[in-house]
Design a protein around this ligand. Structure first.
Ligand SMILES: [Cu+2]
Length: 107
């Protein structure tokens, strides 16, 4: 019985470590979505990434003991996209295909 209770509380702690954050970004098209979802999936502590093109938001499920929203925003900016008040990194942004730049009209 004790073992079962310990196992249950371990699972509960595991749950608590998983958090979600929604980050406003500058995604333009499906390529942006795929690029961010692909690249962010390799980011430390990231469990799930969903880019919503309509709302231009990135939903990220992450492990709170491995990363935090600030690190996630920095990682997004390094891919070339804005993340809330963190501006896209100039070098990464310059490498994006023309159609993925935020100053281009939506398509
Ligand atoms: Cu794009």
């Amino acid at each position: 019985m004790l073992i079962i209770m310990l196992a249950l509380s371990a699972t509960a702690q595991e749950e608590q470590k998983t958090k979600e954050v929604t980050i406003k970004s500058s995604v333009v098209c499906n390529m942006c979505k795929e690029r961010i979802e692909h690249d962010m999936a390799f980011e430390k502590g990231v469990k799930e990434v969903t880019v919503n093109l309509k709302t231009k938001e990135i939903d990220i499920t992450y492990r709170a003991d491995k990363t935090n929203p600030d690190k996630l925003r920095t990682a997004i900016s390094k891919i070339g996209y804005d993340a809330d008040d963190v501006e896209a990194e100039a070098k990464a942004y310059a490498k994006l295909p023309r159609c993925c730049k935020k100053d281009v009209a939506p398509h």
